[in-house]
Design a protein around this ligand. Structure first.
Ligand code: PMP
Length: 355
């Protein structure tokens, strides 16, 4: 740390992104990316847009929001586009949480929530998930606090029904409820349709998972127009050109071929169910995921050892140090071939260790 780092930030523990190694051709199942490349039109549109890179991007993302509006069935005024959904989450924490409106979220959830809270000096409370890792919605009813829930949750993959989400939203009319739908396209029902009915609901989403654009960094928030205006106040006070030209072009091309991406989601769901069965046959306990990853543990081998052994064999999965989940690994769902490799490597490890 330099001697100039202000005390406001010097005690921050930053978020640790999943490894992005360059030394080996890994079967990369550790950061919940899509195994499928974007459709070819994305590269074409990005190339055309490159000629205009001397000009700033459109800070309002007008064309992109028009296409979003068609695909998601909401008005342009109800949408904000951001640099990944991490950015809209940070904007939302800045806009809607403070000492008077502390945050609550589950103890096991997306690791960026406590980081953004600390970055912005927002007090937060982590509510323990039940012993089966599910969310007890009674913990979130009538709380009068700013609530953030990832649905499906990460890294568990467990889904809350839309009915339960609505109960949480309707019982907290004085506070914003943020539903982070990064993984909703892999089996859940989106709460976007509730944003017309409830003025305290913000739904966030991303192009990083189901839409194959993790490296493009494109996310969005959908809510009542007044909430979007507040988020824009934060955006225009930090980075008005938050979505660059190439990403906006890529995003538009993706939305033009939405069916291709929804079809990829179907393949990922099939591969997920295949992998779940295979892991269960090997004695793993696997949570019922509605996301593009599985959360699994085995009595035969601890989480960290399995992670390390798989890495030696060229397969990357995600292991978390947190006490409650340290016996688990989060395994991103890739192509059928990648998942077969994973299973094969686990079998080899079990054989070598005589498990
Ligand atoms: N929410 C959850 C639950 C996530 O797992 C992630 C991805 N790490 C994000 C949001 C942010 O994704 P992105 O910034 O790529 O949109």
């Amino acid at each position: 740390m330099s001697r100039f780092f202000t005390s406001k930030y010097s005690s921050l523990t930053p978020y640790t992104p999943g490894e992005q190694p360059k030394d080996l051709e890994y079967v990369k199942l550790n950061t919940n990316e899509s195994p499928f490349a974007p459709s070819p039109s994305v590269a074409k549109k990005v190339e055309q847009e490159a000629n205009k890179l001397m000009l700033y991007s459109d800070p309002e993302c007008v064309d992109l929001r028009k296409k979003m509006s068609k695909v998601f069935g909401v008005k342009s005024e109800n949408i904000i586009m951001t640099n990944g959904s991490d950015e809209v989450l940070n904007f939302a924490f800045m806009a809607f949480a403070d000492q008077k409106n502390p945050l609550i979220f589950p103890d096991i959830t997306y690791g960026f929530y406590p980081v953004f809270a600390e970055l912005n000096g927002i007090p937060y409370q982590e509510i323990p998930l039940k012993s089966d890792f599910s969310i007890d919605i009674n913990d979130y009813l009538g709380k009068n606090k700013t609530i953030v829930i990832a649905n499906p949750n990460a890294p568990t993959g467990l889904l809350l029904s839309l009915e339960k989400i609505e109960k949480i939203v309707s019982s907290n009319p004085q506070n914003i409820v943020i539903i982070d739908e990064a993984y909703i396209d892999f089996g859940g029902e989106s709460a976007i349709k509730l944003t017309e009915k409830y003025d305290n609901l913000l739904v966030t989403g991303t192009f990083s998972k189901s839409r194959s654009l993790a490296g493009g960094r494109l996310g969005f928030g959908i809510a009542n127009e007044k909430i979007i205006n507040d988020l824009n106040t934060i955006k225009y006070s930090t980075n008005p050109y938050n979505v660059n030209r190439l990403t906006a072009a890529a995003g538009k091309a993706v939305l033009d071929e939405n069916d291709y991406y929804l079809n990829n989601c179907k393949k990922i769901i099939e591969n997920r169910e295949f992998t779940k069965l295979e892991l269960e046959n090997l004695g793993f306990e696997v949570l019922n995921s509605s996301a593009n990853f599985l959360f699994a543990k085995s009595e035969k081998i601890d989480g960290e050892t399995l992670y390390k052994e798989l890495k030696k064999k060229g397969v990357l999965v995600r292991h978390f140090e947190k006490e409650r989940i340290k016996n688990y690994n989060r395994i991103t769902i890739g192509t059928k071939e990648q998942m077969e490799t994973l299973i094969q490597k686990i079998k080899e490890i079990f054989k070598e260790k005589q498990l």
